[in-house]
Write a protein that binds this ligand. Structure first.
Ligand code: GLU
Length: 383
């Protein structure tokens, strides 16, 4: 998995040169398990401030809301019950933000709380809105502090872990580098840190199940995050959050922890990033059934889905929602962003594109799903 003698210097250099960094901080780094460790927050804020003064833009993804809230909840260990975790997050998130804001303020920086749920990644309109918010903050030199909106995100709409969230945030802001500060010093192969991963499957073979006990994710979710980040064109470096200056050194491109050299050139392509978002961030909210001709056109030619090829629509969704495309046999062949809401698609199905305006009284676009917004999940066999 490491290139001969490779320490990933090339990929590390990319992280050192990129303007925008996402820094993900695990619960085990900013808490002692049941209460906030303000000194650690302060130390990392100091490193972030140095990066910003050097002209870089930093988005922080900070875990630790649940753990920080335990003390206030009168709990001696991390709660298991969902309702208690959510309540602890409500207590802890404000403590966490206060610690970040005051640590940044001591360095003359302003922090901003951005709480996201899976829905914000799932719905294109909300995704774009979150992106605008982050862009506006960064343009003003403000440091976004992102976390999952734990106290409202129940299982169905939960991203689950901040490793994945941080990778999705990389896609949101087009970050060149993701530095993950975790309780582990990197990916371990027996007792040695693997300096560079180029093959994610080989890396997975080294992972044993289990987590540090405080955070939600384990090494498995870190690898998944590195892979998703790579698809967005972001290089991930995993380092120990307990090591002095680990962030500074990773951001400088020094050989520390594990670098995931997975960000192919194609990952920088905007369209690839958009398709990766559809594939990873999105769960189909509804579906359209297409006829055989349309199924062939989509899977064999990568065509757009036009109203003519739609024979049915299931579920209730808004324009901009991610929906599944199924063939007449019920097999999912693709997933994409709906150009129209479900009730509109129901009215225009079977119509020619020139008839949309007559039927609806308006027309946003010719396609039910534009080819640029469509990911084919099943290629046509034998074509
Ligand atoms: N959002 C959770 C928290 O702040 C952490 C999730 C995770 O550890 O990945 O407590």
């Amino acid at each position: 998995m490491t290139r001969a003698g490779g320490d990933g210097s090339g990929a590390r250099g990319g992280v050192a040169r990129c303007e925008r960094l996402v820094v993900k901080i695990g619960s085990a780094v900013v808490t002692d398990g049941t209460s906030l460790d303000a000194a650690h927050v302060g130390r990392i804020a100091g490193e972030v401030a140095v990066l910003i003064k050097a002209g870089r833009q930093v988005v922080i993804v900070s875990s630790g809301a649940v753990a920080s809230g335990c003390e206030g909840m009168g709990l001696k260990t991390m709660p298991r019950k969902i309702a208690e975790r959510q309540a602890a997050a409500a207590v802890g998130q404000s403590l966490l933000m206060r610690a970040w804001s005051s640590a940044l303020a001591r360095r003359k920086l302003v922090g901003a709380q951005v709480l996201l749920t899976d829905d914000d990644m799932h719905d294109r309109a909300r995704f774009l809105n979150a992106r605008r918010t982050l862009e506006t903050l960064l343009a003003r030199g403000i440091v976004p502090i992102v976390n999952e909106n734990d106290s409202v995100a129940f299982d169905e709409i939960k991203l689950g872990d901040n490793d994945r969230l941080s990778a999705l945030v990389c896609g949101l802001v087009g970050a060149g580098g993701l530095v993950m500060l975790s309780s582990a010093p990197g990916l371990m192969d027996k007792r040695r840190i693997v300096p560079c991963v180029t093959d994610i499957e080989a890396a997975r073979a080294l992972v044993r199940p289990g987590t540090s006990g405080v955070g939600t994710g384990g090494m498995g979710t870190k690898l998944e995050a590195a892979q998703i980040a790579g698809e967005h064109g972001t290089t991930t470096v995993l380092v120990s959050g307990h090591e002095q200056d680990a962030l500074t050194r990773a951001a400088r491109g020094e050989v520390i922890g594990t670098v995931f050299d997975l960000a192919g050139r194609a990952g920088r392509n905007q369209r690839a990033a958009r398709k990766s978002w559809i594939r990873h961030a999105a769960r189909g909210r509804g579906r359209v059934v297409v006829d055989d001709g349309a199924a062939r056109a989509l899977t064999a030619r990568g065509a757009s889905l036009l109203p003519k090829g739609v024979v049915g629509v299931e579920g209730s969704f808004a324009m901009g929602a991610v929906i599944d495309v199924v063939d007449p046999h019920g097999t999912r062949i693709g997933r994409g962003i709906a150009g129209y809401a479900s009730d509109e698609i129901d009215k225009i199905r079977g119509c020619k594109t020139t008839e949309i305006r007559r039927v609806l009284g308006y027309a946003y676009c010719d396609e039910v799903i534009h080819r640029n917004d469509l990911v084919v999940t099943k290629k046509e066999s034998g074509s």
